[in-house]
Design a protein around this ligand. Structure first.
Ligand SMILES: NC(=O)c1ccc[n+]([C@@H]2O[C@H](COP(=O)([O-])OP(=O)(O)OC[C@H]3O[C@@H](n4cnc5c(N)ncnc54)[C@H](OP(=O)(O)O)[C@@H]3O)[C@@H](O)[C@H]2O)c1
Length: 186
């Protein structure tokens, strides 16, 4: 399961129930990554969209058995209400994207294999923040979308296969210019 989020420089993701910045290049990035796939979100996030995201299968995480979210009309084919256990613990959703918000990001982190964090310049005085990544998340690359926005890609070490772990260690060593240890000559 993958995760995608946009934050300001403080890690803020929303203010007053909305994302307080406009960043079209990041919206394009979000569409490129998620279109054609399954997206998983909490009810509060769904309510900010009003409609399901097009060209994606929308899953709304809920602890309730009732379809209580506003603005749902004829969406049975694109929306499914799902439990935490089914979405996160089944292993069935390994290619899906977790798209927020705060509660759902926090609950999903143990199951996330890779994460894309777009950091938008500036402090938007948010009142909701992205949770801290566990130490198993390692930043592996950055994509500069514009002067205003850089995407940071993280992998979760827990889910990496052995050959990928070795490659990642080699990459980190080359970035750090780590030399093999030599015995000291006196
Ligand atoms: N910057 C970004 O990239 C970004 C992305 C997405 C959203 N956002 C912002 O995030 C805000 C919404 O975040 P939020 O934290 O308030 O709400 P949220 O995570 O979108 O939704 C919370 C709801 O999800 C369900 N839920 C959460 N954890 C669950 C679990 N473990 N099992 C089952 N259901 C669970 C519950 O629904 P029930 O009450 O029905 O059980 C809960 O009320 C909005 O302001 C939105 O704009 C920002």
């Amino acid at each position: 399961m993958k995760l995608i989020v946009a934050t300001d420089k403080t890690g803020g993701i929303a203010k007053g129930g909305k994302i307080p910045w406009s960043c079209p290049e990041d919206m394009d990035f979000f569409k490129t990554m998620t279109i054609g796939n399954e997206v998983i979100m909490g009810g509060n996030t769904f309510n900010t969209f009003k409609n399901p995201l097009p060209f994606r299968k929308n899953y709304i995480l809920t602890q309730s058995n009732e379809l209580i979210y506003s603005g749902i009309v004829n969406t049975k084919d694109v929306i499914e209400f799902a439990s935490f256990e089914r979405l996160f613990k089944s292993g069935e959703f390994s290619c899906s994207w977790v798209i927020g918000g705060g509660q759902v990001y926090a609950a999903s982190l143990p199951y996330i294999t890779e994460a894309y964090v777009s950091v938008v310049k500036g402090d938007y005085e948010c009142d909701l923040f992205f949770p801290k990544f566990p130490p198993t998340f390692i930043e592996v690359s950055q994509i500069k979308l514009s002067e205003n926005c850089v995407v940071h890609k993280y992998l979760n070490w827990t889910y990496l296969a052995e050959p990928h772990k070795i490659k990642l260690i080699e990459k980190i060593q080359s970035v750090l210019s780590v030399q093999p240890l030599k015995s000291a000559s006196l």
